[in-house]
Design a protein around this ligand. Structure first.
Ligand code: RB5
Length: 153
């Protein structure tokens, strides 16, 4: 498995911790920056991670900024990306099992490194359940494709 990861300056230190955690688990990492604590702009890294996952350079992505919100929103703007912004292990698991999220996002100013590692493990150690959830994820893809699904129930 290969994971693309990106952060802004607010989450640079946590990104390095998560990279080490992934490597300790034997997971290949594609580090898309930022590469220092110097002030930068989170949309750049959100789009980089989103594109890496969408074009198949990575299986899944992880985005981290101060809250996880801005970089997660940015990653989710890339076509085909389902980014889940979470701060707990339950949501991280459900993001995979029910939503087939392909990018995990969290905040370095929200969760500490221990919880962040557990959130990552929860996300990576669970699979999409398919079935009724696939119908809904397919509808998300329809929205992505510009279709109007508002008449469905
Ligand atoms: C940077 O100060 C901060 O706004 C950013 O890391 C993130 O929290 C935005 O959503």
């Amino acid at each position: 498995m290969k994971i693309a990861i990106g952060s802004d300056h607010a989450a640079y230190e946590l990104k390095e911790i998560i990279i080490q955690h992934l490597k300790d688990r034997g997971i290949e990492v594609l580090d898309l920056g930022t590469h220092s604590p110097e002030r930068t702009h989170y949309p750049v890294y959100g789009q980089r991670v989103g594109k890496a996952v969408a074009n198949g350079d990575a299986d899944l992505g992880i985005t981290i900024c101060g809250t996880g919100i801005g970089i997660g929103i940015s990653a989710g703007k890339v076509k085909g990306i389902r980014a889940a912004i979470v701060s707990d292990t339950y949501s991280a698991r459900m993001a995979r099992q029910h939503n087939n999220a392909n990018v995990l996002s969290f905040g370095a100013r929200v969760v500490g490194p221990g919880l962040a590692e557990d959130i990552v493990d929860s996300f990576l150690d669970h699979e999409f359940e398919g079935g009724r959830h696939a119908t809904r994820v397919d509808l998300i893809a329809d929205i992505d494709a510009g279709e109007d699904i508002t008449e469905m129930s």
